[in-house]
Design a protein around this ligand. Sequence first.
Ligand code: ADP
Ligand code: MG
Length: 481
Amino acid sequence: MYEAVIGLEVHCQLKTHSKAFSPDSTSYGARPNSCVDPVSLGHPGTLPVLNRRVIECALKLGLATRCRIARRSVMARKHYFYPDLPKGYQISQFREPICTGGFVDIGRRIRLTRIHIEEDAGKSLHDRDPHATLLDLNRCGVPLLEIVTEPDLRTAKEASVFLQKMRQLVRYLDISDGNMEEGSLRCDANVSVRKASSSGLGVKTEIKNMNSFRHVERAIDHEVARQIRVLEAGGTVTEQTRLFDAAERQTRQMRSKEQAHDYRYFPDPDLPPVEVTEGMRRAILLTLPELPDARRHRYEEDLGLPAYDAGVLVEERHIAEYFEATHAELVRVVRDADPAACAKVVSNLVMGDVMRALKENRGAAFALAPERLAELAHLRMAGKLSSTGAQELFARMSREDGSAAAVAARHRLLQVGDEEALRPVAAQVLRDHPKQVGQYARGKRTVLGFFIGQVMRRFDGSPDPRRVRELLLLMLDEKVS
Ligand code: ADP
Ligand code: MG
């Protein structure tokens, strides 16, 4: 039996306004070659200046993953020739990265070797013109963080879960949009296999060019199967870089170890070392939001929410915050509120109506302010709304002004739940149908449904069927005993 060993190198594009070393805009989708100042193009005589926001982003991610933060880290030049790299080198961190030794928890801890700062290269477009490669240099100098893991992952699925957690984290920290299609989050996977009983590391290959969770999973699965086939046939795996072809669903060789680059790294003489003071570290620590894992744990432990609800609610930070604002408001307005009961009502509304509305109107704001959703939740908790009534009220309130109670009254959505209103109607129904009451007395319990139907029909609004049922049972038992 073989076991796979996987280490990831994740590139994450930072959400800064300007580039890593120049004031150029980083906006995605700008007209090709419109964001290219002389620094981005590496013109002679220009000097890079490190964007302070980039250091802040690195510190946020490093602190959120419990890394050691280096007081002093160094920007280096990584040399290679490629048409989309006009300077002939990429500025990156090599021997002295800004963060080392943290971890990400995916059920077990996946250790991070390092997180370092670097700049992106431009883009070569090979498929626009069959006879030419076009260059768009807008991306030159866009800031990236590279996150390198230890070879701790064991399955393609784990690699994909790790990447999803990484994406969630950078979005929570608001340092990247984590958009894989637009290339803001990219990943290379290093893969080897070994006999399940052994603890040494096998020869690895590196797969490049993966831009979706599904591709990552597929590419790794294919590569693991390929390596096992090679070994089973008595061959040896050779160290090489492979490309994943999404259409063919396979990996193929790009270059072998012999063709590997010698990047001739050396410290960039134009950039001083990056100094992080204790004050900067502490200031960033204070800006960190509550992270998804801690939040999920709190929702389960303190609010008693089911694990499923907690997982869905914390997935996106803005949804978790909306849930919490609504919950806080509901707890405030309900007398002797039970926070756990309030949490479940709000959770159901957020996971249902709210998230459905967000999906239907992609990019739109929340349909209701937390205060208004809390009013709706309050009516629901008081038994004044059925679940379909709540759904309709949510839709109406999204389009109409007014409190939940006012909108519900306007559209007759309130459920009559109080005994005072129900009792006279129920009594009248029983008086009107002595025959059925007699049947009930002789043990024909199914006529209860008939009575419920009669009461419901006599109401203009919509009585709560559960209350009607309880009340009728009580009154019938009084009558026949
Ligand atoms: P290189 O410099 O040759 O690319 P590194 O030691 O820098 O290799 O590691 C790059 C990535 O490859 C890291 O994520 C690391 O965890 C992973 N890795 C290293 N050795 C192996 C191996 N034998 N099998 C799988 N992954 C590995
Ligand atoms: Mg590598």
